[in-house]
Ligand binder design. Structure first.
Ligand code: FAD
Length: 484
């Protein structure tokens, strides 16, 4: 009988172990260290799939990417979704759970499964796990992976591929930015190029902004700048955990640390206006915030250099003070916390997501570079299917299409720019905009699409409905094709 090892019984590891044993009938050895050496974020009774902080598994709505992701997980036989159904507590649109009931259900289910053997203790290396006679290994040791194993992974993959900390800046929906204020331009262009940019910008913004430069810039005058700095200083911050020593790399300081270090620090740092002329005035603003496209052809923007530990409601309030962002919609908020993760796009095979250094080893969950309970569980479930499928069926599992929720996570792991890779939760910015074909397919459901004006400038709610419809269609077709 083929044996598989899953290292880490968190959200991702629990899903992977379950699907391998239950759906594919494979023998699983599940390694977990928390009863012997818990991480500082974990607490008694040291159950599997522990929710270490909030008890929310995000939105239930199909018009929210986290809602779509959960539906896909249910269709794939997710253990955490069954646990959530058993332990749900009322929370409006969100799926919230009783933490102990949730993780207790997962723990009992896995411990009582005849095909799963639990080994308690800290895994130190990949070689050690192969010593148990397993054919394949799934590493799902999460953001607080034990340091010995992290060292081994660093050795196998190269030091530049393993990070211990992540600094995440907010991502904004491009449709919610006021483009009469923000302007496209690249900083530090030579004078002539800058003049050319200015000319184009004054003649109106191009659809994709490429002619004017790659960055979308928000100009601030003196008063706006100092008000903003003051608000950042006053804003409430997330306190550090005991295990999170606040040490920041140069160039990666949180925006509030910069604001507190001096009134002009931000204006000389991430908000420096050099090389940026505001097309409305033809002059350099007092300061500027730069927004960078998340990926080519995409309409979501990252606030460059705005990693922060401001609390999420504070971020929304304070960043909306910026000109052009009064109505901003955030796909993701900023954060900074200890987080061990590998740069997956550099390290994994495109076809089956196995690691290049050993095609019998996979990453799943937060260590692979997704962020969040649901996203971690979802990747564990998918990797479980990939591995189970490879051992029990003749062909390699076709990966979910890119514009399904799972497919968006796969694209993030596989296709992101390695130089800017950091853990990502699921959000609309990961889905591609609806194509003409998608819009035509949706005309019967949404007759307003027959009007060229509404078709050109899609209403936000309508756009999300179309993306959700497409995602569901693609996922159903994929399920049928793969016979999962
Ligand atoms: C402090 C903190 C708070 C968070 N709060 C939230 C939140 O509120 N909402 C949210 O959506 N996400 C949150 N996250 C993010 C994250 O998505 C969760 O941490 C999620 O649990 C990750 O799932 P995982 O399966 O990848 O890892 P985990 O759930 O952490 O599971 C990994 C497991 O591997 C075990 N392990 C580690 N190393 C070894 C080893 N060498 N040998 C054997 N076992 C090992 C650990 O004990 C653990 O049980 C938080 C993260 C942290 C660090």
């Amino acid at each position: 009988m083929k044996k598989i090892a899953v290292v880490g019984a968190g959200l991702a590891g629990s899903e992977a172990a379950w699907v391998l044993a239950e759906k594919y009938g494979l023998e699983v050895i599940l390694f977990e260290m928390k009863r012997q050496t818990p991480t500082p974020a974990q607490s008694e009774p040291h159950n599997f799939a522990e929710l270490v902080c909030s008890n929310s598994l995000k939105s239930k709505s199909r018009l929210n990417p986290a809602g779509l992701l959960k539906t896909e997980m249910r269709a794939l036989g997710s253990l955490t979704m069954s646990a959530a159904a058993q332990s749900e507590v009322p929370a409006g649109e969100a799926l919230a759970v009783d933490r102990e009931l949730f993780s207790g259900f997962v723990t009992r289910t896995l411990q009582n499964h005849p095909k799963i053997k639990v080994v308690e203790g800290c895994v130190r290396s990949v070689v050690e796990v192969f010593g148990y006679g397993v054919e394949k290994i799934i590493i799902a040791t999460g953001p607080l992976t034990a340091s010995e194993l992290a060292d081994d992974l660093r050795l196998q993959t190269g030091s530049e591929s393993l990070y211990f900390y992540d600094a995440i800046a907010p991502i904004i929906d491009g449709d919610s930015i006021d483009h009469s204020v923000a302007f496209f331009a690249n900083r530090k262009t030579k004078t002539a190029a800058r003049d050319a940019q200015l000319k184009v910008a004054q003649q109106g913004l191009a659809e994709d902004g490429t002619e004017q430069g790659h960055y979308l810039n928000i100009p601030l005058n003196r008063e706006e700048y100092f008000n903003f700095v003051e608000a950042v200083k006053q804003g409430e911050k997330v306190p550090f955990h005991d295990f999170e020593e606040p040490r920041f790399f140069n160039g990666c300081q949180p925006v509030e640390v910069l604001a507190e270090s001096g009134p002009m620090t931000l204006a000389f740092g991430p908000m420096k206006p050099i090389g940026l002329d505001d097309p409305r005035t033809g002059r350099r603003p007092f300061a500027a915030v730069q927004l960078r496209r998340e990926k080519l052809g995409d309409n979501s923007y990252n606030m460059v250099g705005f990693q922060t530990r401001l609390k999420w409601p504070e971020q929304k309030k304070i960043f909306k003070l910026l000109p052009a962002l009064a109505n901003a919609e955030f796909h993701r908020m900023g954060s900074m916390h200890r987080n061990t993760y590998l740069v997956a796009p550099r390290l994994i095979h495109a076809g089956d997501l196995s690691l290049k250094f050993n095609k019998n080893v996979w990453l799943a969950g937060q260590i692979s570079g997704v962020e969040g309970y649901v996203e971690s569980a979802a990747t564990g479930l998918l990797i479980g299917h990939i591995v189970g499928h490879s051992l029990t069926r003749s062909a390699q599992l076709e990966l979910p299409p890119v514009d399904t929720a799972l497919g968006c996570l796969v694209a993030h792991l596989r296709d992101s720019d390695p130089a800017r890779y950091c853990p990502m939760n699921i959000h609309w910015g990961l889905f591609s905009a609806p194509s003409d074909e998608d819009l035509s397919k949706s005309e019967t459901l949404y007759p307003e699409l027959q009007n060229p004006k509404s078709r050109k400038k899609l209403d936000k709610g309508l756009k999300r409905s179309i993306l959700a419809d497409r995602s569901e269609r693609l996922f159903t077709d994929w399920l049928r094709r793969t016979e999962l």
